[in-house]
Design a protein around this ligand. Structure first.
Ligand code: PMP
Length: 424
């Protein structure tokens, strides 16, 4: 590989065993690696790649991998969508960074905010742009503390809200937090999806932060009516309800934002991941009245140099427009059903949890899951596990996946699952 050695020597690593797939190009649902070196001394251009891995048609020696996780729920439109690239180029010709967030009028920020608000229920009509999901969570928590004058913050077991100190404080898995303590004080973890959680809320709390469908916990959908009861309890106690839609947003669950499944309207909604169309962007939406708290006592209640970068906002707007124009939200339910049907009786599958194209295939153990993930990668498909559920396999493809590509992926997954069970 061209950069493997430098990757290990100079790049801060996050895992003892990174996937270390070198990506040279990405297009649609496919990731392409660099050309494989010839395995025979003569260097025949037709030397086959490892068995099972599909090769790039144009370059038969290039490894081609189906991206079945969309950069972890980012690339809903796939990679390199022409409308997104065109919007980035057009914006790059006009200006890049000119001034810190909030001081200048920058059309891409304004237009993306208008578009996002048009997809959200009243009274969410004001957006603050930052750079990532973690940063949006941090700022949303600050807004809730500032608006209520309270300090308590509640979140849920196995929730994931990001890796910065405040967002990590709200995370639901102690082993990921313990080495970094002390974290934020006055945080409280409640049981997700359980009515017992409602009794643990109190008037000292500024906010409850919740994923309307838990992502990194391995796709957990709360019971019907629970989010409504949570909303009512927050209203009764004067607590602000924050939905973290970093992962569930931008059509991934078949609606624009997962709040639409329950009809519950949060006070603050966090967005990230797919909202930037493949460029870094996060944001949070609230009513204008609530958002105004950040303008006084103190002024500049939240600030960011790069928040809402014009390139990211231009890409995000093009991406939301293309998702609409191509009717891709309508693809989500049929594709979900196709995967569920194709995999439910596959060897070793204990359960499939899903909400649209957020899917978790529950296997028996981490070892089992990792072995299947390795097998399918060898066969040309990228999948993954979940941060807080390492015994379930992640399926979160771009929404542009065709039925034929889905059927091929299901076939490869079934073969890998069968081969792994046979070897146990
Ligand atoms: N919230 C949720 C629900 C997430 O899934 C993630 C990322 N996996 C984050 C927040 C953090 O986003 P980022 O990595 O952009 O900081």
């Amino acid at each position: 590989m061209l950069h493997r050695e430098l990757f290990y020597r100079h790049l801060g690593q996050t895992s003892p065993e990174p996937l270390a797939f070198e990506v040279e190009r990405a297009e649609g649902v496919w990731l392409f690696g660099p050309a494989e070196p010839p395995s025979d001394p003569a260097g025949s251009a037709t030397t086959p790649l490892s068995a099972g891995i599909p090769a790039d048609q144009a370059h038969p020696r290039r490894r081609k991998v189906l991206d079945l996780i969309a950069g972890i729920a980012v690339s809903g439109l796939g990679h390199g969508h022409p409308k997104v690239l065109e919007a980035i180029r057009r914006q790059a010709d006009r200006y890049l960074h000119t001034m810190v967030y909030g001081e200048f009028i920058q059309a891409p920020q304004v237009l993306l905010a208008e578009k996002l608000c048009s997809l959200l229920p009243d009274p969410l009509d004001s957006v603050f742009w930052v750079n990532s999901g973690s940063e949006a969570v941090e700022a949303a928590l600050k807004l809730a503390k500032r608006a209520t004058g309270r300090t308590g913050l509640a979140s849920f077991h196995r929730s994931y809200h990001g890796a910065t100190h405040g967002a990590l404080s709200m995370g639901g898995t102690e082993s990921w937090k313990a080495p970094f303590r002390p974290l934020l004080p006055d945080t409280h973890l409640l049981p997700y999806g359980e009515d017992a959680a409602l009794d643990l809320l109190c008037t000292d709390m500024a906010a409850v932060l919740v994923e309307p469908v838990q992502g990194e916990a391995g796709v957990r959908v709360p019971p019907d009516g629970w989010l409504q009861r949570l909303r009512a309890r927050c209203d009764a106690l004067g607590i602000l309800l924050i939905f973290d839609e970093a992962q569930t947003g931008c059509g991934r669950t078949g609606v624009w934002f997962a709040q639409a499944h329950s009809g519950v309207v949060p006070d603050i909604m966090v967005t990230a991941k797919a909202i930037g169309g493949g460029l870094p962007l996060g944001g949070f939406a609230a009513s204008r009245d609530l958002m105004r708290c950040l303008t006084h006592d103190p002024v500049l209640g939240h600030i960011s140099t790069f928040g809402g970068h014009p390139l990211s906002c231009a890409a995000g707007l093009a991406s939301l427009e293309a998702l609409s124009a191509e009717g891709l939200l309508d693809r989500v339910k049929p594709l979900e059903a196709r995967f569920r049907e194709g995999l439910q009786d596959a060897p070793g599958v204990q359960d499939i949890r899903s909400c649209g194209l957020m899917m978790a295939v529950q296997l028996g153990s981490w070892d089992h899951n990792k072995a299947v993930i390795d097998r399918v990668l060898q066969a040309g498909i990228l999948t993954d596990w979940f941060l807080y559920c390492d015994d379930a396999l992640r399926i979160a493809p771009p929404l542009i996946l065709t039925d034929a590509e889905a059927d091929w992926a299901i076939g490869v997954l079934r073969e890998a699952l069968a081969a792994e069970m046979a070897s146990r």
